[in-house]
Design a binder for this molecule. Sequence first.
Ligand SMILES: Cc1cc2nc3c(=O)[nH]c(=O)nc-3n(C[C@H](O)[C@H](O)[C@H](O)COP(=O)(O)OP(=O)(O)OC[C@H]3O[C@@H](n4cnc5c(N)ncnc54)[C@H](O)[C@@H]3O)c2cc1C
Length: 284
Amino acid sequence: MHLRNRSQAVRDRDIKVYRPRSLNGLLRLYSLDPDALLYAGGTAIALRAAAGRERPFRLPPRLIMLGNVPELGRITRTPRHLDIGAGVTLGRALSTGRNVLPAVLAQAIASVGTPPVRNLGTIGGNLCAGREDGGAVPSALAVLDGQVELRSAAGARWVRAWLAEPRRGEVLTRVRIPMEEWQAQGFRRLASGLTLAAAARLGRGALETLHFCLAGSDFGLLRSRELEDSLKNARLPLAPRARQGFLRELEERLTIPGLGSYARATAVRLAGWFLDRLDEAGPG
Ligand SMILES: Cc1cc2nc3c(=O)[nH]c(=O)nc-3n(C[C@H](O)[C@H](O)[C@H](O)COP(=O)(O)OP(=O)(O)OC[C@H]3O[C@@H](n4cnc5c(N)ncnc54)[C@H](O)[C@@H]3O)c2cc1C
């Protein structure tokens, strides 16, 4: 096969494993073989395999390992944003970024799996793996207005991090998080997978900006600018009317086929929990 000379390829019976050593090499290789499976930490692939009916699970015939691509392993920071390479493991993002990661993202990352899973699993793999686990990291990135870079041999584009769905031949290369100050941040993830991520800017006794995202396997991700803006510049502590209006509106938006009344009520309770935190954080 003509790809053989283009990268270090290892034959393992009928599986070929490619280990590109640069981003350009990876993009070239993937453009020639877009049906190959990109393999980062392999933890979501393993989970998918365990859930499938295929026994024993067979890997696709061609794998492209991302672990040797230095560009994917970088964490860089400028005054305006933090860039995390797609191949950075969740564990490394937590330890390296401890003082720079916004709290809501650090808590979301810490909620993924167990330490061994986080030591293998990457942030790029997490965003490309689908939402079966409730979307902890995507929901945190949603409230932070995070973006991801998707690259192919043909070019690059930036999209919202929580909508990261690489097209054929595209690789997620890095996650970009704006460095902004948030006076209140909150993250909760329940055993059911229902997740709340939120961040707020407070000033002069009022709620200046609220970013708020709920995630669940039944409904995906819910973030509504309209709902957030309904509390814009509201005085703190929130007036009971403003608070109840927000929660009622949220409940209506959660009237989604397949989402039971218990899950809906739980989501509204989570939202109430964050509003309580705002009252505590505000000058009151
Ligand atoms: C026991 C266990 C518990 C888990 N618990 C959780 C949990 O609580 N929450 C959660 O969200 N996840 C969980 N996971 C899933 C998984 O560990 C994480 O989502 C992890 O971050 C995936 O990263 P990875 O590097 O292992 O991805 P991989 O398994 O290597 O890849 C996942 C998918 O993304 C694609 N991909 C990977 N990197 C890129 C890239 N740079 N560009 C384009 N496509 C790419 C791969 O082709 C594959 O389709 C769990 C997994 C296990 C085994």
